[in-house]
Design a protein around this ligand. Structure first.
Ligand code: CU
Length: 116
């Protein structure tokens, strides 16, 4: 869930700013779908480090989209789904690439653990 406001100027992922966030977890090699649901009035170019993903859904419509590491999530209840294979075990940053949003909280981590 991507949310935020101009007044106060705070932007969140799953209701939390960076530092208050709960990591999104996966095991190395696991197939994962991340759904970005934008509840705010602004679009967010969401960027994941260390991975490429495929855009597979736009507002519930399945698509075979491009392979990329950043996807623009339009405002006002738009949902973008991306699929990826969780990579190297590490803590990977997942954040909005609009710097004023990033610097006021819009970052979390994609925490990949060793496969069992
Ligand atoms: Cu943003």
């Amino acid at each position: 869930m991507l949310a935020g406001s101009m007044q106060p100027y705070v932007w969140t992922i799953n209701g939390a700013t960076w530092g208050e966030h709960h990591a999104i977890t996966a095991s190395s090699g696991e197939r994962v779908v991340l759904s970005f649901h934008n509840m705010s009035m602004m679009g967010h170019p969401m960027h994941l480090h260390g991975h490429v993903f495929q855009v597979v859904g736009l507002n519930g419509r399945r698509v075979a989209g491009a392979l990329r590491d950043t996807v623009y999530v339009p405002p006002m209840s738009m949902v973008v789904d991306v699929a990826l294979d969780a990579g190297e075990a590490a803590r990977w940053m997942l954040h909005c690439h609009h710097m004023p949003h990033l610097s006021t909280g819009m970052m979390t981590e994609f925490a990949v653990s060793e496969s069992a």
